[in-house]
Design a protein. Sequence first.
Length: 267
Amino acid sequence: MIQAIAHPTDFTPEGEAAFLHALRLSIAHRCRLDLLHVRTPSADDNFDSFPHVREPLIRWGMLGNDATVEDIHATLGVTVHKVEIRHRDTVAGLVNFMISHRPDVLVMATHGRQGLNRWLSGSISEDMARHSHLPTLLIGPEANPFVDAATGALSLDNILVPVTLKPPPGRAMLMLDHLTAGLDAARHFVHVGNEDITLLDPDGISLPVERRDGPVVDALIHEARSKDVDLIAMATAGHDGFLDALRGSTTEQVLRQAPCPVLALPA
C-alpha cells in the first residue's frame, strides 16, 4: 500500500510534469503528498512559489471552482504538505527528510542542471544514502508523460520491465505491484543477454521473459519505443541508495534517452 508520495521541487517549469505525476498518483492511491523544497538556512521562506495543487484539480474536473484546501482531502483523500527543508546541501536535506518521514515513492524531474545533474551533485554520507532506498519515478528529458496535463487522465497501460540476474527482480517487482495497484497495466519482461532467466509471479507461476541481444541500453530504448510503453521499471543495483546507484549506471543511461518516465526500484 502506498501511503505517501514525495516530490522535490526547485520551483522551475521543468518540474511541472513531475509535480503532476506525483499529484495524480497521490489521487490514485488516496495518500499523503509531500511537496519538498530545500533552501539554505539563511534564505527566506518561499511557500508562495510551491506548485498550486487546486489549479490542476479544478482543471481536471476533480474539484469545483470554489473548492478550498480542505476539500482536497475531503473529496480526493489526499493530504498535501508543503515542506521547506533548511539545509546547505540539497541532496542531504532530502535524504534527511526521507529518513524521518519515510515516503513510499519519490517523484522528480531530471531535466538538465535543474534535474538529475543537480540531485547527483551533492555529497552525502554512506549511512544517509543507504537509508534512502525508495522507488523513484524519474521524468527524463525525452519522456512523454503518462499523466495528461490538461485532463489528468492517467495512461499507464504498458510497462517495460528489464530483468537481470543481478540485481534479482523480486523486491523490485513487489514495489511495482504496490505502485500500480488498481491499474490494469500490461507488463513486458525483457532480458538483454544470453542467460536464461526464470521469473515467477507471487503464486509461483512462470512469467514470459523475452530475450534480446546487443548493447543493453540501446536494446532497452528500442524495446521501449517499439512497444510504445508508458513506463520503464528497472531494478537498481548498488548498496549506497538510489542516488549513488544511478551515477553512471544502466538506469541513468536509459533515463537520458527513454521515451517515457523511468521507475528506479531499489533491489
